[in-house]
Design a protein around this ligand. Sequence first.
Ligand code: URA
Length: 477
Amino acid sequence: MRVVRLASEIDFAGWRAAARALRAEGLEPPAVVWTVERDLFDLDAPAAPSGKAGAFTVPAAFVDLAQQVILHRAPDRLALLYRILWRLEREPRLIDNPADPDMARARDMAKAVSRAAHKMKAFVRFRRVEGAADETYAAWFEPAHRVTEAVAPFFARRFTAMDWTILTPDACVAWDGERLLVSEGADPADAPSEDAQEELWRTYYASIFNPARLNPRQMRQEMPKRYWRNLPEARLIPDLIETAKDHVAAMVAAPPRQPSDRVLKAALRHARDASYEGGVPTSLEQVEAGVQVCRRCNLWRNATQGVPGEGAAHAPLMFVGEQPGDQEDLAGRPFVGPAGQMFDRALAEAGVPRDRAYVTNAVKHFKHEPRGKRRIHKTPDRGEVTACRWWLDAERRLVRPRIIVALGATAALAVVGKATPIGANRGKPLQLPDQAQGLVTYHPSFLLRVPDEATRTRAYAEFVEDLRLAGQLAGVT
Ligand code: URA
């Protein structure tokens, strides 16, 4: 029996070095015990890589999977990964076999980790630290898995200009405007509790809550109860659910509510002033907050939320889609549904890393019409595209990309400022007024819809070619 101790629960480099060495030595999975606890056994030092350690290469997909799985809280994840690694030498196709129980479990773990990271991005709420000499913010959060360090760069990009700390039971991360610092886990008592922003969040949440669309099950899925404790707006939820039926009945009985409802307007003005800083957004955080309270056109009424762009703050490359789809509207992030998967696949083939780009949409709210239980996409009209250019122009000004790629005709209209047919213009760089170069190409949803296989294959190849050109012009490939 060999006992291997890792430096921490998420020590992927340590696991990888030890697993390679153990594999090269021929130690079978049942003969290895993985631990991070120091005084459980009389422990061996972590296995040192031997000369043969690099002889066996594993697919890159396994390394990606293992980096996710190690963040899961299941104690057997390290042994599971070593068992898969061991099997891969004799079963190289294992990684593509979703029915294999080891692979199915690993994939489930990776999904759970990715969900936990997503929830952390959505539900961390910073509070001002009272009495601190400089303006500084802190948030307490309990992630479902050990994703704190992995998610920290996201917050550094989003809140670059702010000093903040996120405290969790596993680890604390702090941003001082330049560097991310990681330290040991903390106690909830270390985080500040209330401040003036809480009230603002609650006002905002109550104003976007639409009782006619209440679906408590989905609400709990989207905002699981375990996170409510840290969300100022969560305090409203039981009451809003309780009174939703009465509100719906009142809405049906009453004449349509005018947007001039004074109370709502005052609350929105309050939120908007706080987030627009006198009108023009001066940071991506202001864009993000402003999109949530935007009333420049009517699309906010039926959407779950506004979906701002996301990505590297000064990305050299920007992609602009049409508008969030059904899944993006629920998740609050661009290109995460079927079109997003097609987009990701093409980016990977073109060798363009998505995390070097800023991805956004011409229109920030989901335009759709109900059909039975489904919400069917509707193309935004010119007025809606024009209204939403306020946000797209702010993103362009703040990110200052070298290359802006418009995905599809609506995006081309927003980016170029006039109708720019894709077939006649794709693949040719265009000079845009803001110093950036523009490219127009197909929308990924178009590629999903082309009925004829040969045409689809050709259009997909052209799409990949356009993304590759964009990556080269932006210098990210
Ligand atoms: N289609 C888009 O144009 N944007 C998204 O974010 C998703 C689908």
